[in-house]
Design a protein around this ligand. Structure first.
Ligand code: GDP
Ligand code: ZN
Length: 459
């Protein structure tokens, strides 16, 4: 495959200070060599070596920037092409100047978004799933999500999908033999074998799908609904957590007319906070829309912060809601602890365990630490399996896994129904194809383009 040579600023994630200008393609070495003043010519340099020197402006001969240049000859590079990386540290303007000089060289043009990764994929260096993980890496919103995305980029998930595919290939091979040599009369044995293989593949798919939820949590944040009667301090809590004043805070019950969303990170845990209108019967139309949305938000929430007022006795609707939330992940926040006690704490404890009750005074900024540690405990104890960081977090992967699972289920059912083996083969093949699509083997051009157009420039 003949390519032109591409270049872009490609700053490593999390390393703000240094910028890397990455150049990849057949002219990478011959194009950079004349503008790089150093002890050694890049053309003579060994692969995987680093060289100190200066980028010079070829028209004036002036030094543009002091740099370290890394040389990687293909195919042992990220893109499998010749790659030259220019490490500059002189700030944005200097880096931009270096890039300008690089782009003046014959045959070198600006990379399109995601083009480096696309080349790596097209040259067989990484599979499609790893490529998508790079997108997640760029987009990940928290450190935790970052490490999941990185693990995925390293191919942990690819490995599991490949093993899964191997199981299906063995199955296909078995069926093939049976079709080619029917006189062997192994039909009965084959049926049992098909069921066994399919079941073990389904079990593995289920394991992966189970992580899908957790992956979603890490990427999009834990959906957290703040609920409670009007005036208990929901919006104030939201403001405290976000330290902005986007939610309206007033003394009039029912002012929070709509659901307000904010993304925050507490102890490194990403939360998508939803401030909701009080969930209660109402005749006010505008408020009712808010109440409806609150109910939806409550339905979808991964975590519920149920706020009560220490200065008010428990109401009937509070009791109903507490009863309703019994089996959910809920933290009961007793707010307004600065005011006199009118709430019976013992009664609240009949609905939820002591560990999930947090006393706060949002007004006096008391109790935030307790809330944070309660959330971390719930998160790390309840939802995450330690050291298993293989997550399926991508919608496309999830639907392909489900499709593969369906094909395998169809195959099992077909064996029970006594359907001929060559028909069952079609199910097995389609499971194999769905899994392959996750890895990118069967990916058509349009799918590839769709995925790579999501990339940031320079990756
Ligand atoms: P929401 O309707 O549940 O969203 O309640 P708001 O956040 O709008 O608060 C209602 C009122 O309670 C406001 O006047 C707040 O200043 C007040 N408030 C919130 N938290 C506290 C608290 O911890 N102590 C006291 N005394 N007042 C509070
Ligand atoms: Zn409010």
């Amino acid at each position: 495959m003949v390519h032109d040579t591409i270049a872009a600023i490609s700053t490593a994630v999390g390393e703000g200070g240094i910028a890397i200008i990455r150049v990849s393609g057949p002219q990478a070495i011959s194009g950079i060599d004349p503008i790089f003043k150093s002890k050694i010519s890049l053309k003579d340099a060994d692969t995987h070596t680093v060289h100190y020197g200066h980028i010079i402006d070829p028209s004036s001969g002036e030094k543009v920037e002091e740099v370290l240049v890394t040389l990687m000859r293909g195919p042992r590079s990220f893109t499998a092409e010749d790659v030259v990386e220019i490490n500059a540290h002189g700030g944005v303007i200097a880096v931009k100047k270096v890039l300008d000089v690089v782009l003046q060289q014959d045959g070198i043009r600006t990379a399109e978004p995601g083009e480096f990764t696309k080349r790596a994929f097209l040259n067989g260096r990484i599979d499609l799933m790893q490529a998508e993980a790079v997108i997640d890496l760029i987009r990940s919103k928290s450190d935790r999500a970052f490490s999941v995305a990185r693990k995925q980029a390293e191919g942990a998930l690819s490995k599991r999908i490949k093993a899964l595919r191997q199981t299906v290939i063995e199955l296909l091979a078995h069926i093939e033999v049976n079709i080619d040599y029917p006189e062997h009369d192994v039909e009965e044995m084959t049926s049992a074998y098909i069921r066994e293989q399919c079941q073990s593949a389904i079990a593995e798919i289920d394991k992966l799908l189970k992580t899908a939820n957790e992956g979603k949590i890490l990427r999009e944040g834990i959906m957290t609904a703040i609920v409670g009667r009007p005036n208990v301090g929901k919006s104030s809590l939201m403001n405290m957590l976000t330290q902005e004043n986007k939610a309206i805070v007033t003394d009039i019950p029912g002012t929070t007319r709509d659901v307000i969303e904010q993304f925050v990170t507490l102890n490194g845990i990403p939360l998508r906070l939803l401030d909701t209108a009080g969930i209660r019967e109402t005749s006010d139309v505008v408020e009712r829309i808010g109440v409806e949305r609150s109910k939806d938000a409550l339905q979808d929430a991964d975590l519920i912060l149920f706020v009560l007022n220490y200065n008010e006795p428990l109401g009937e609707e509070d009791r109903q809601l507490l009863e309703q939330l019994k089996d959910r992940s809920v933290i009961v926040i007793i707010n307004k602890m600065d005011l006199p006690a009118r709430l019976d704490l013992e009664e609240v404890k009949r609905f939820v365990s002591k560990d999930s009750i947090v006393k706060m005074s949002v007004l006096q900024e008391q109790g935030l630490d307790a809330l944070e540690s309660t959330i971390s405990e719930m998160f790390f104890e309840g939802q995450l399996e330690a050291n298993d960081l293989t997550y399926v977090s991508n919608v496309r992967h999830i639907s392909l896994l489900k499709r593969a699972r369906q094909s395998l289920t169809d195959a099992i059912e077909a064996t029970h129904a006594g359907i001929p083996i060559d028909v069952i083969q079609i199910d097995a093949r389609s499971a194999w194809e769905s899994l392959g699509e996750i890895l990118g083997d069967e990916a058509g051009d349009s799918l590839i383009d769709q995925i790579f157009s999501q990339f940031c420039l320079g990756k």
